[in-house]
Design a protein around this ligand. Sequence first.
Ligand code: NDP
Ligand code: 8X3
Length: 266
Amino acid sequence: MDGRLQGKTILITGASSGIGKSTAYEFAQSVPSGVKLVLTARRIDTLKGIAADLEKQFPKTKVLPVQLDVSDPAATQKFVDGLPAEYQEIDVLINNAGLVRGVDKAPAIQEDDLNVMFATNVHGLIHMTQAVLPRMLKRNNGAGAGDIVNIGSIAGREPYVGGGIYCATKAAVRSFTESLRKELIATRVRVIGVDPGQVETEFSIVRFYGDKSKADAVYAGCEPLTPNDVAESIVFAVGRRENVVVADTLLFPNHQASATIMHRKT
Ligand code: NDP
Ligand code: 8X3
């Protein structure tokens, strides 16, 4: 793993929390000889703290924290175009930034929630992919090289009540991921989909607009995945031999069998 990933430039969106943050630590830990991490999110102070801690714990890893709202297409393109020279050749793009807002059902879905979820989870992921892909395709004498990892969800495979918009965004991610893999089949760019089930992060706090007690209730009687469980799968997929594509991963905690079937201890 260390030899395969040594010196790679890895861009992670949504790295200020949860799965994105754990993925940054998992790469740094798995590659003691060092990687270059570009970490983006809206909360730049949090990212700067993570960057400082990573460089302290893993002296051979270099970290560039950048404030970026992926729902802003112009900012995304400007960010990619303006990357410092030593970070310009992105080897691995982890499209992780995403969120859920609310549990409203039609016809009560709030317009703002609808727009923010699609702009972040779908448009944001597509714009970042479009901004990074041209340089990946030029590498390797035009054969292309690099990995694009899209974080979907069980919600993209199985829609549930109160998740109409979030599930639709993740179904769109799944569909885009599959199209992209097919479109890039004549290149050496790998397209990797990772669909987690229940993971305890800030995800449910965001869903309930900051109400921690409602978020805690989601995990009552359960043992959800940790963000590090997902990070390990991401790093495993990226660390395979270049000819191996871990195309599609679905991860559940042991008590979960589908988006809605969970065994809860009473
Ligand atoms: P967190 O809320 O802990 O992390 C979400 C990350 O996305 C944060 O770093 C946040 O940073 C970032 N983010 C949100 N909106 C934007 C934006 N507009 N621009 C840039 N960054 C943004 O949740 P998770 O770690 O759980 O979520 C990560 C991904 O995993 C998401 O795509 C989610 O849908 C997916 N997922 C989560 C599951 C779960 O149960 N937790 C299960 C399946 C999939 P900041 O606020 O600083 O911008
Ligand atoms: C998060 C999983 O089932 O809470 O994507 O929507 S779920």
